[in-house]
Design a binder for this molecule. Structure first.
Ligand code: GLU
Length: 297
């Protein structure tokens, strides 16, 4: 008799090296680590270094070092997206062969505010050879994406009705995040994606690519992002301060606070002890629901 057991939990943290780790990214790393480890699962690290113009020199090494200092040790080798070009090309070829891609040479001014192509490139002749053009996925009109998100509630996205033909290879030839993330989540056999709610609207796009490429679909859970009192997400772009690695235990305590987890008692001092305590008490339901939590509260 054959039985189908659900695949063992495999989670991941997938930072872009656009700057060092800050409190918001530590919260995301910690949530995915706690969720994976509490399920007895693996936790992988992937450096999403596919956008050299946005990369900050030294950021990858700084992120890896910070994670170590905070006791967050990944399983297996780190996957570097900059070395994955062949796999991304193979996925593009598959999408192309299925008739799912079209070229779009629209300039930023010709696109709508969401970056969508409204000019009907999908139905036109391809742009002249040599003209820089992006490759977009033609989203089927009836495509919908649904999932139960533990922190964002039931999700239903009628992606096909939102004119969201999105880019998988940019005009400058670089691979788009949506493509690379889907290819690598499949390659790393990720079963559970725990990440910030700022990526919520990426999930339906990733569902579509998984469908078109015949990949399995991981479960998705989006934690509220840390925001300032104006509701602005704490990010490298708005210069959230880099974490001080020498203060790792304090940083972990703050991160646990924003994850709604019980405060480790005094006397639990090292990063390793704090993580051990947090793991024993991990309570996903205690984390507030919604898109963001305000820092300072
Ligand atoms: N690399 C993305 C970021 O740093 C996250 C990707 C993901 O978790 O899917 O925002």
């Amino acid at each position: 008799m054959t039985s189908t057991r659900p695949a063992a939990y495999r989670g991941r943290f997938a930072p872009s090296p656009t700057g060092p780790l800050h409190l918001g990214s530590l919260v995301a790393a910690l949530a995915s680590w706690l969720d994976a480890r509490s399920a007895g699962g693996a936790w992988l690290l992937r450096i999403e270094d596919i956008d050299p113009p946005r990369e900050q020199p030294g950021a990858s090494a700084a992120i890896i070092h910070s994670l170590e200092q905070h006791g967050l040790h990944p399983d297996g080798d780190i996957l570097w997206q900059s070395r994955r070009g062949a796999a991304y090309n193979a996925a593009l070829d598959l999408l192309e062969a299925g008739g799912h891609l079209f070229s779009c040479a629209c300039s930023r001014r010709q696109l709508d505010a969401s970056g969508s192509c409204q000019r009907g490139c999908r139905d036109r002749q391809p742009p002249a050879a040599g003209k820089p053009s992006a490759l977009r996925v033609a989203v089927p009109a009836d495509f919908t994406s649904e999932w139960d998100d533990p922190w964002q509630g039931r999700q239903y996205w009628a992606l096909g009705q939102q004119l969201t033909d999105f880019i998988v290879r940019r005009k400058d030839g670089l691979y788009a995040y949506q493509l690379a993330v889907v290819v690598d989540d499949a390659h790393q056999r990720i079963t559970d994606v725990v990440r910030g709610a700022d990526l919520l609207d990426s999930t339906p796009r990733q569902h579509l690519l998984q469908t078109l490429l015949g990949y399995p679909q991981p479960r998705y859970a989006h934690i509220p992002v840390l925001a300032d009192s104006q509701g602005q997400k704490l990010s490298k772009q708005n210069l959230a301060p880099a974490l001080d690695d020498a203060a790792a235990p304090d940083n972990l305590r703050r991160a646990l606070h924003y994850l709604g987890q019980p405060a480790p008692p005094a006397g639990v001092n090292s990063a390793a002890e704090l993580l051990e305590f947090a793991l024993r008490h991990w309570s996903p339901h205690s984390l507030s629901r919604g898109p963001s939590v305000t820092v300072g509260h």
